[in-house]
Design a protein around this ligand. Structure first.
Ligand code: OGA
Ligand code: NI
Length: 344
């Protein structure tokens, strides 16, 4: 029998004005945010796609060393970046009854709509986050009547944003292929028919931000993620054992390589381990667009990248199996991709 849960939303909790965080949200000591180093804020690469004379080299470095970088002059209209944040904020600022009409199915992982728990598992510490997930591609998954219709341009903005993110993701995948001396279409073909989801995350203010995590440490499971955030900031990436802030830049788009790209490139390029933190006085909004393979696509390391100097690192996996494992075990850093290592 299915267990139906009460709708639980962090924003509702936050708006009660409580002064102590309820225990299901309290992280064990080792996962809690630590005070950030003053100097570590600006290292994450920023690549100007239009004006840089060394884009290929910068991209190579960023993908090898980081798996996360920001792009500027990416061709997506600034106005659209603003608009999607505006419609997203206006959804989360509307009244709870209105929002709950769009609730996702709490018993099914990755179902479309308004939710809070990422995992159906009972034993995980809860994230200090609510979200709205939109299924945008391929067309047969897209049903705008499941998306909010307020403000009136909400659905239109999502459709336009989906198109622009597809174009940019494809462009980046071509650049990534070329930077590895693979045919330009290699990555796109390895991913196959694209499954795109757009998730607007809302991180309410938290009375004890040092005890919680907005979104727990993970690497994204698909191929590539494009993320924008508002000026509040809170996204962090793990590099050499340290958490570094990803600077909020209003004109930039954050690019995160995800696990299937690490597999396809035989570990040449790394998926980025990242998390989001929250703060005491400001709500934070981000929009993540995931570019993923279809569930029945088999993903394997590119034969061209398996050499004596760089032996086979990952076993093949059917993407749907990868996703199921991710949801049943939980992300916890990069353990899902580590489970596919040929030499554990
Ligand atoms: C995600 C994610 C980070 C953020 O949705 O996978 O990593 O800043 N989001 O919201
Ligand atoms: Ni992520």
């Amino acid at each position: 029998m299915e267990v139906t849960r009460e709708p639980q939303r962090v924003q509702i909790l936050s708006e009660t004005g409580l002064s102590n965080v309820p225990s299901p949200y309290i992280q064990p000591f080792e996962n809690r945010p630590r005070p950030r180093l003053e100097t570590s804020d600006s290292d994450i690469p920023i690549i100007d796609l239009e004006h840089s004379t060394q884009v290929r080299h910068q991209l190579q470095q960023a993908c090898k060393e980081w798996g996360i970088f920001q792009v500027k002059n990416h061709g997506v209209p600034m106005q659209l970046l603003k608009e999607i944040k505006t419609v997203g904020r206006s959804f989360f600022n509307s009244n709870i009854q209105e929002k709950l009409k769009y609730s996702c199915n709490p018993n099914s992982a990755a179902s479309e709509g308004y939710g809070s728990r990422m995992l159906a598992k009972e034993d995980t510490v809860l994230d200090w986050r609510d979200y709205f997930d939109h299924h945008t591609l391929p067309d047969h998954r897209r049903n705008p009547s499941r998306w909010p219709d307020f403000p009136p341009n909400y659905r239109e903005v999502i459709v336009e944003y989906s198109e622009q993110m597809k174009v940019l993701a494809q462009r980046l995948l071509r650049m990534i292929s070329e930077s590895l001396s693979l045919p330009p279409s290699y990555m796109e073909e390895a991913v196959g028919e694209v499954y795109q989801n757009i998730t607007i995350s809302y991180y309410p203010p938290c009375p004890q931000p040092d005890l919680v995590i907005g979104l727990q440490s993970h690497s994204d499971m698909g191929a590539i993620t494009l993320l924008i955030q508002d000026e509040v900031g809170g996204l962090e990436a793990l590099k050499d054992g340290e958490w570094l802030l990803v600077q909020p830049l209003s004109d930039a788009i954050v690019v995160l390589l995800a696990d299937q790209t690490e597999i396809i490139t035989n570990g040449e390029y790394k998926s980025a381990q990242h998390r989001a933190l929250v703060n005491a006085d400001q709500a934070r909004l981000s929009v993540a667009t995931f570019y993923d393979p279809s569930r029945n696509k088999r993903i394997s390391p590119a034969a061209e990248l398996v050499t004596d100097a760089s032996p086979l690192r990952y076993r093949d996996v059917v993407y749907g199996d990868y996703v199921s494992a991710w949801y049943s075990k939980g992300p916890e850093g990069k353990r899902n991709i580590d489970a596919l290592l040929v030499h554990q």
